[in-house]
Design a protein around this ligand. Sequence first.
Ligand SMILES: Nc1nc2c(c(=O)[nH]1)N[C@H]1C(S)=C(S)[C@@H](COP(=O)(O)O)O[C@H]1N2
Ligand SMILES: [Mo]
Length: 344
Amino acid sequence: MAASKFTRGILHKPRWRISENQVTPEAVFNDRRAIIKALGLGAVGASLPGHVQAGLFDLFGQSEAQDPFVTKKLDFSQNQAFKADDILTPESKVISHNNFYEFGTSKTDPIENAQAFKVEPWQLKIDGLVDKPLTLDLQDLTTSLPLEERIYRLRCVEAWSMVIPWVGYSLGSLLKQVGIKAGATHVAFETLYDPEQMPGQKSRLMGGGIHYPYVEGLTIEEAMNELSFLAVGLYGKTLPPQNGAPIRLVVPWKYGFKSIKSIVRIRVMDKQPPTSWNQLAPQEYGFYANVNPEVDHPRWSQATERRIGEGGLFSAKRIATLPFNGYQEEVAGLYNNLDLRRNY
Ligand SMILES: Nc1nc2c(c(=O)[nH]1)N[C@H]1C(S)=C(S)[C@@H](COP(=O)(O)O)O[C@H]1N2
Ligand SMILES: [Mo]
């Protein structure tokens, strides 16, 4: 793979794997063992039962969510990882504050309702305008391409954000394997449709009125941009179901709803595919959905965001939202000929 040309730099060591002499208040916030140490509990603290530890972490606004779904450690290279200067969102927040309407519309519904989700057997089909259609099973998803870690900001259209260390590979590297045919203009994505497992697909109320399966799309140029990422893991392990196991898209310069979860189909097309939030409320959610502090949502401002897990023990810090979520240098060129106010 080509060396990263991104100015944010190469990460040689995961930010959360701090050594003990680096313990700062920030690091304490991010590291479970450091918290125990800082509290002077030492070996005793480390051996406390899980629920007692969970109570301690609540003191820091960081409850350790109990997660019966088994995640596995992944092998990945850190050479290609992208580093954000931001503090990582604690893992416990990343896996417990979610939008995944297939499992309910409240932020805590996915972790509560998705734990029995079955990812095996899984099939991801890649077809449409490609030279060699491909079907990947669960095993293939983590072994077909070399895994790398990237730290990306995730900005939800609801004006909250997180900083997440994903593990996976670029979407472009997978699309290159299947070969894109001349005339292709867009890529469509589809989430699993399985109402028996996904209660939000059974009930209009629980599923927020979305017409399932959840679908998303990108232009070919967006899909081939090096930032477009397929994540199979976070924090060094396979994805928990609430974050989109076993494979989900991550498009860091767009609002979070573009980053479709639990994908079963990727189809290369010659027209713009329908997308779920745009179908539900076209005047509020466009196809492009680039993070843009200058274009407000019809019902709220997009100028600032709440950074989950920062800003004190029980609150979130409010920070300015950046154009393209801070990835302007990498992607603004894709939109030279587009009116971003009309194409929100
Ligand atoms: N299939 C599916 N994908 C989805 C969603 C969803 O409801 N269903 N929610 C989206 C929204 S609105 C956001 S902000 C992100 C949240 O990802 P996270 O829960 O991993 O933070 O997932 C996106 N992908
Ligand atoms: Mo979102």
